[in-house]
Design a protein around this ligand. Structure first.
Ligand code: FAD
Length: 463
């Protein structure tokens, strides 16, 4: 067999499982169709670490709570930002209050700790920025925020450093059963292996019977509020869900503010803004730095091991709390795979991410020290986010380094600022072109055919 385990999909779940499995003496490959790992993680650079409060399904609530408990430890091990932030689930009328009481009683029954039912007076103390109309709220002290890419990339980098083979830009076309294992057919190769973990369940391959996940999709609209707008919230705030509609406010890890609205109907920018303004009276259009459209997923998440006797596991479904659950999903899947293969823990597993510097977070004294070691850390490329050439080069040269503009943006923050890359895009592209020794016309934004330069001007072809 070419591999003991092949993981299909290099999203956060694929990366986390590859990290857990790289602790064992196994030959592992991750196959990802994009040029980078974690490419499908939501574009917003902050995610809520939920605690299961609103999860109707008890099992998923438990997965969220267990993931929530593991997150601070992982963040400190991987040296990535994690901020504890309280969660206020609010109601402004009788019906909403009843729903809140129901959620609160369910949570207590499940044994959840650190949650409180607040009256308007206490709500004001916990979150002074909120409008006075709120009648009741559940306050949870369990939640937090984390950067989802940093988490996914850390998992991937450590797995790569411990021998996992990442095959990027390679699409899985089919998985076929063969005696004692599988044949995985990709756009470039054919591999054999003993076990397959499929985290790309949109696809149905020869080995699959049917796609069992229901598709619970709602429309999601996000507004990013400028960090200079003087609107600040201590907690994540959300309205209790009514008729599939929910509004929330979320402070991000970069001290900005994200306001979102989910609904089962398509919403224009204007309607979404109007709804949000009704909830947050002091928001003005001038404060809005970005507007994003996405989907809100609420599928039942299933770790399908019905074909485990053959060596096939599938993670089915998409869920709004999947980042939170990822560490637990990875542990469960890893235990299942390990118990089916004859393997032992490696003695030389290195559970550490290679060091990196974030110029914007360093003191002037530390900046001087780093620049003395490497002058490229003294050259600022992205002025909005204070990202230096040294950080961009490091993002490219690191294990599983960036090969796209988006990959550099996710790893360093370059291009995330107010000008949205208008000033630094060309410089970033030319650093990438130089570092990977590819002509500028082959540099892509993120996926295939997203080249940022269409071609050379004929007259200058000889230059
Ligand atoms: C807008 C939004 C906000 C969110 N906010 C939160 C939050 O606040 N908190 C939280 O906990 N979670 C949140 N989530 C959930 C979370 O971001 C996603 O559910 C999670 O990233 C899914 O990870 P995954 O690895 O399962 O799937 P994916 O990221 O979809 O990974 C699957 C990978 O497989 C690859 N692939 C697909 N087909 C093939 C093929 N044929 N061959 C090879 N590769 C293939 C894809 O390119 C992809 O990289 C949010 C999600 C969204 C959309």
């Amino acid at each position: 067999m070419d591999y003991d385990v092949i993981i299909l999909g290099g999203g956060i779940v694929g990366c986390a499982v590859s990290y857990e499995l790289s602790k064992y003496n196994l030959n592992i490959a991750v196959i990802e169709r994009d040029y980078d790992i974690a490419d499908d993680v939501a574009l917003i650079n902050s995610s809520i670490v939920y605690d299961g409060l609103e999860c109707e399904d008890t099992l998923l609530a438990r997965l969220e709570l267990r993931g929530n408990k593991l997150m601070p430890g992982l963040a400190s091990k991987f040296n990535i930002p994690f901020k504890k932030k309280g969660y206020l689930l609010t109601a402004d009328d009788k019906e909403g209050e009843e729903k809140l009481t129901e959620i609160y009683c369910r949570a207590l029954k499940r044994g959840m700790e650190n949650i409180h039912l607040l009256n308007p007076e206490d709500i004001c103390k916990v979150e002074p920025g909120l409008d006075g109309n709120i009648k009741k709220a559940i306050y949870s002290k369990n939640t937090g925020i984390i950067s989802p890419y940093d988490l996914a990339i850390s998992y991937g980098e450590i797995a790569f450093d411990n021998g996992v083979n990442f095959k990027l830009g390679e699409e899985v076309l089919d998985i076929q059963s063969i005696p004692k294992g599988f044949k995985v057919v990709t756009s470039k190769n054919k591999f054999t292996c003993n076990m397959v973990l499929n985290t790309t369940p949109k696809e149905n391959y020869s080995v699959d019977s049917e796609d069992r996940a229901s598709k619970d999709r709602n429309h999601l609209r996000y507004f990013l509020i400028d960090k200079d707008s003087e609107k600040s919230y201590r907690n994540i705030v959300s309205t209790v869900e009514r008729d599939c509609r929910k509004i929330y406010i979320m402070p991000t890890s970069q001290n900005e503010l994200l306001m979102g609205i989910k609904d089962n109907k398509e919403m224009s920018y204007e309607i979404a803004l109007q709804e949000i303004k009704e909830f947050m009276k002091n928001v003005s259009e001038e404060d809005i730095k970005g507007f994003y459209k996405s989907y809100f997923y609420n599928d039942p998440l299933v770790i399908d091991d019905s074909l485990i006797d053959k060596g096939y596991i599938k993670v089915i479904g998409k869920h709004y709390g999947q980042i939170t659950m990822t560490p637990v999903i990875a542990n469960i899947v890893c235990e299942t795979i390990v118990s089916n293969l004859n393997c032992v823990l490696k003695k030389d597993f290195v559970d550490r991410r290679r060091e990196f510097y974030r110029f914007r977070d360093l003191s002037n004294e530390d900046r001087k020290k780093v620049i003395k070691l490497n002058k490229s850390y003294g050259k600022v490329v992205c002025y909005c986010e204070k990202v230096t050439e040294g950080e961009i080069i490091d993002a490219i040269r690191r294990p599983l380094g960036a090969r796209t503009i988006e990959g550099i943006k996710r790893r360093t923050g370059a291009g995330f600022g107010d000008c949205r890359g208008a000033q630094c895009l060309c410089n970033i592209a030319s650093i990438l072109s130089r570092e990977i020794n590819k002509d500028m016309i082959y540099i892509v934004k993120d996926s295939k055919n997203s080249n940022i330069v269409k071609g050379r001007i004929k007259e200058f072809n000889e230059m």
